[in-house]
Design a protein around this ligand. Structure first.
Ligand code: ZN
Length: 191
């Protein structure tokens, strides 16, 4: 459909809780078009995921996809997944210090604690109920996108303020070590 403008941190739509999608409307041209706009915009920006409110649609939907992503060379691959009205349950107390960036937070990255074993209940793009268990590094991506639906961006979750850095500094000084930590998590959980 179309590549949309990505809203940036501080925009009121990004800071608000998004609304549940009416299940009966999921197969409508409106919702299907909005899903395609999310996919097109995510791919255009080389994102690993994007939430509807990042492109100005205040609805509880996000998409995730990780292929050979130049923005995230250390991320394990995730097939294109469309998530509507999700809920997340933590399956253990194990967490990982995830260094994150966001299409809505230009230039900046920082460390956020994420759970590594989660169960997500959601509706897919046809309205079918799906229950999925996600373990490993990919669980961080799901929690990042889910937070958007509650009006939270990664800076809201940062506890170590000294971990803020630019993408340029990350790539120069931190990416190698972080990629090793991600690889250890992937080796443990297979994802
Ligand atoms: Zn984000």
């Amino acid at each position: 459909m179309a590549v949309k403008e990505i809203l940036t941190i501080g925009h009121p739509i990004l800071a608000a809780r998004a609304d549940e999608v009416d299940v009966g409307t999921i197969n409508s041209p409106e919702i299907q078009g909005e899903i395609q706009d999310m996919i097109d915009t995510m791919r255009d920006a080389n994102g690993a995921g994007i939430a509807a409110n990042q492109i100005g649609i205040p609805k509880r939907m996000f998409v995730i996809e990780v292929g050979n992503n130049p923005r995230y060379p250390y991320k394990p691959k995730v097939p294109l997944t469309i998530i509507i009205n999700p809920s997340i349950k933590f399956l253990s107390d194990e967490t990982f210090v995830s260094n994150e960036g966001c299409l809505s937070v230009p230039q900046m990255r920082a460390n956020v604690d994420r759970h590594v074993e989660i169960q997500v209940d959601y509706l897919d793009q046809t309205g079918k109920a799906v229950q999925q268990t996600i373990r490993g590094y990919s669980a961080c991506t799901w929690q990042h996108e889910y937070d958007h639906l509650d009006g939270l961006l990664f800076p809201n979750r940062v506890t170590d303020m000294s971990s803020f850095c630019s993408w340029k500094v990350f790539q120069e000084f931190k990416q190698k070590e972080f990629a090793e930590q991600v690889q250890a998590l992937v080796d443990k959980w297979g994802a």
